[in-house]
Design a protein around this ligand. Structure first.
Ligand SMILES: NC(=O)C1=CN([C@@H]2O[C@H](COP(=O)(O)OP(=O)(O)OC[C@H]3O[C@@H](n4cnc5c(N)ncnc54)[C@H](O)[C@@H]3O)[C@@H](O)[C@H]2O)C=CC1
Ligand SMILES: O=P(O)(O)OC[C@H]1O[C@](O)(CO)[C@@H](O)[C@@H]1O
Length: 382
């Protein structure tokens, strides 16, 4: 059994690789990072370590790598031979790999491969695989083959894998918790992997994960940055940060319970578990990683804007989410291109123009509340 996985980064090696390998797959990782790809090619394996007191190590074997910038033809061949394709590359990068995936699918069609295949995007994003499917379709001439034999089931992937700084470029330390949920009804292949929960309706799961784990983690990052911290563990020792986190999670919790009928007591436990995960003393996670690409995180369907807007639609005013949104607009990491872009947009066009542009909101009352909070936290952009 063969898998092709795009993105040999933290979650790719630290979680997707583990599940695929556990199910007996030989994995071809596809990435543009030459150092990682070379190491995968020469060593054919790597180590995952659990970030808890056990420090348990899991050996991943039977892997190799391909550099899509230099070995596109080989990637096409790997897609022809694959039984499953996965990605963990970043939502913004998905359109950049769509053409190559389309070429691989065209090659499968030309060789009359009638074994259906699923392509699962494991990104922090609602509808990630569906989005990738639409991008791939733009490059497909034989859309009938695509429709019949290729599935793009959406997925929610949950495991905190921080930035890795080890002498071994492949070694990856991960939190012990993990969860991978896939929309089973959208699968074209009969393959079912151990370690993946296949569900009929993914929406409640992806929203619960994105609006709790990711909204929460990002809240810690932006509130922590405001307080001058550099790591999540530092920030989590500050009561003000934890109070903001808990308040935001109770706001999104209210929405999730009202919208999807999650049990209130169970959701409370879910929130507390997440807070415990952020407090993991065996992980030191950079605020810059969790707060990265703020323009993307301010998008209409993303972790802050969507729950905030939906809460207003059920007559709730999410003051804490609005505060965090104010902080995101003011967050600045000189190494992050999107921070630079956001800062330039604010300085050049002003808040009244850019807030609706970035968030996709047209409700004047909500726009006014956002502006108020951006101004309240205007500590860097001035
Ligand atoms: N790290 C985490 O804890 C989790 C991350 N995710 C999601 O997984 C995705 C990846 O995140 P990470 O693994 O943290 O990021 P990462 O930066 O560690 O990995 C991304 C990989 O994609 C590669 N890449 C970038 N552009 C490429 C291109 N054009 N072609 C081929 N490869 C390319 C990079 O070289 C890198 O190795 C994101 O969408 C993130 O939201 C989801 C759940 C957990
Ligand atoms: O900014 P992105 O790409 O969503 O990735 C960062 C996120 O990944 C995670 O580590 C796991 O989902 C979160 O805790 C964090 O918010």
């Amino acid at each position: 059994m063969k898998a092709v996985h795009f993105g040999a980064g933290n979650i790719g090696r630290g979680f997707i690789g583990e599940i695929l390998n556990h199910n007996g797959y030989a994995i071809t990782f596809v990435d543009v990072n030459e150092k990682i790809i070379e190491a995968l090619k020469t060593r054919g394996g790597y180590t995952i370590e659990l970030a808890d007191e056990s420090r348990e190590q899991i050996q991943i074997q039977n892997v190799t790598g391909l550099n899509n910038a230099k070995e596109a033809n080989k990637v096409v061949e790997a897609i022809v031979e694959a039984d499953i394709i996965t990605t963990a590359i970043g939502p913004n990068i998905l359109p950049r790999i769509a053409q190559l995936i389309a070429e691989g699918i065209a090659a499968r069609a030309a060789r009359k491969i009638n074994q259906p295949i699923d392509i699962i995007a494991c990104e922090n994003m609602i509808g990630g695989s569906t989005f990738l499917g639409e991008e791939v379709k733009k490059y497909c001439t034989d859309t009938a083959y695509l429709t019949e034999y290729v599935g793009f089931p959406d997925a929610a992937v949950d495991r905190i894998v921080p930035m890795q700084q080890h002498a071994d470029p492949l070694f990856v330390q991960v939190e012990p918790f993990s969860e991978w949920v896939v929309q089973g009804t959208a699968c074209k292949s009969p393959i079912r992997l151990e370690g993946i929960a296949y569900v009929k309706d993914l929406e409640p799961y992806i929203e619960r994960k994105l609006f709790s784990v990711n909204t929460g983690h990002a809240t810690v990052a932006y509130t922590g940055a405001l307080q001058g911290y550099e790591t999540i563990d530092e920030a989590m020792q500050d009561n003000l940060v934890v109070i903001q986190l808990r308040s935001v999670l109770h706001e999104t919790g209210k929405l999730l319970i009202a919208k999807w009928g999650f049990d209130e007591a169970e959701h409370e436990k879910y929130i507390e578990k997440i807070i415990g995960r952020f407090q993991n003393k065996y992980i030191s996670d950079a605020i810059t990683r969790v707060a990265r690409t703020p323009l993307r995180k301010l998008g209409n369907h993303e972790r802050f804007i969507r729950p905030m807007v939906e809460l207003t639609q059920i007559d709730e005013m999410p003051f804490h989410l609005l505060e965090t949104i104010g902080m995101v607009f003011n967050y600045f990491d000189p190494e992050d291109e999107q921070c630079q872009e956001l800062k330039e947009m604010i300085l050049k066009n002003g808040l009244d123009k850019i807030i609706p542009e970035i968030t996709g909101i047209d409700n004047q009352k909500i726009l006014g509340s956002i502006k108020q909070n951006v101004e309240k936290y205007a500590y860097k952009v001035a």
